[in-house]
Write a protein that binds this ligand. Sequence first.
Ligand code: ADP
Length: 295
Amino acid sequence: MCEFDLVVVGSANADLVIRVERRPAAGETVLGSDLVVHPGGKGGNQAVAAARLGARTALLARVGDDAHGRFLLDAQRAAGVDTSHVLVGGAPTGVALITVDPSGDNSIVVSPGANGRLTPADVRADLLEHARVVSAQLEIPLETVVAVVRNLRPHNRFVLNPSPPRALPDEVLAAADPLIVNEHEARVLLGSQPGDVPEEWAAGLLALGPRSVVVTLGSRGALVADGAGMKLIPAVRVRAVDSTGAGDAFTAALAWRLGLSEPLDIAAAYAARVAAFAVTKAGAQESYPTVGEVL
Ligand code: ADP
C-alpha cells in the first residue's frame, strides 16, 4: 500500500525576489522593487505543487535551524505536505536570489546551504517503499540522487528534472521515466552543437538512456517522447506575469498524474494546464493552483 502518491527528494530554498525594469549585465547595478521573500527550491516547489493538487506528498529535504528553515517548513505544512522526513541543521537554509523583469523572465543565483548537506545516508529506503512516484532534481548533491536511484523499489516510478543541469551517470539516466528538461537543460545535457530543433533534442536525450523524455518549451508547450513516438503538447494561452517555478509545477503535476497511471501525453497536457496557471501569478509556490482551480 502506497502511503504517498509522490515523494519529492530535493531542495528547499528561501527565494529572495526583486522586480527590476531590466536584469543587470555583468558589472552593472540596477535598482529594483522592495524585497519579497517566497518559499522555494525545486524540491519544495514540486512538493507544494503536488500537495495543492491533492496528491499525498512527502518531502525529503534538509533546511537550516534558522528562521528561513522554519518559514519553509510552515509553507510545506500549510500546503498539506508531510514534512516528517525534512531534516534540520548542518548549514544555513538554502537561499535563491531572483530578479524578475516586466516580461516575467528571471535570473537566479542559488546558495545551496543545507541542501548541500542532504547526504546518501539521509535517503531512507522505507520512505521510498511507501511511494508511487519518486521525483528528484539536482539542487542537492548528485551522490544523493544516485542513492535515491539505488534505493528505488520495483513499484516506484522515478521522475528526474536535472536542474541545474550537469553530466549524469548512466544508472541515473536509465532510471528516469521521464527525464524532464527545459530548453537550457536540454542543450547542456546534449553538449556541443545540439541545433535548434526540439524533436532532435528529444531524440538525442532518449539516446542517453532514459525510458522517456519531456522537453518543456515555455509558451510553446512541451514535447513528450518515448519508444512509441513523439508528440507536442501545446501550452495553454495565458497572460504571463512570472514564470518562476513553472517548470516545477509542470513536473509535479506530471509526476502525480503518471502515478495515477495516465499515459505520458495525457499527464503532460494536465501538467501544461497547471503550469499555465502558475505563470499567471507572482512567485512559485503561492502561484500553484488547487485541483479545483485547474478545472
Ligand atoms: P522552466 O520553468 O523550467 O524554465 P518552461 O519555461 O519550459 O520551464 O515552462 C514549463 C512549462 O510551463 C511549459 O512546458 C508550459 O507548459 C508552461 N509555460 C511556461 N511558460 C508559459 C507561458 N508563457 N504560457 C503558458 N504556459 C507556459
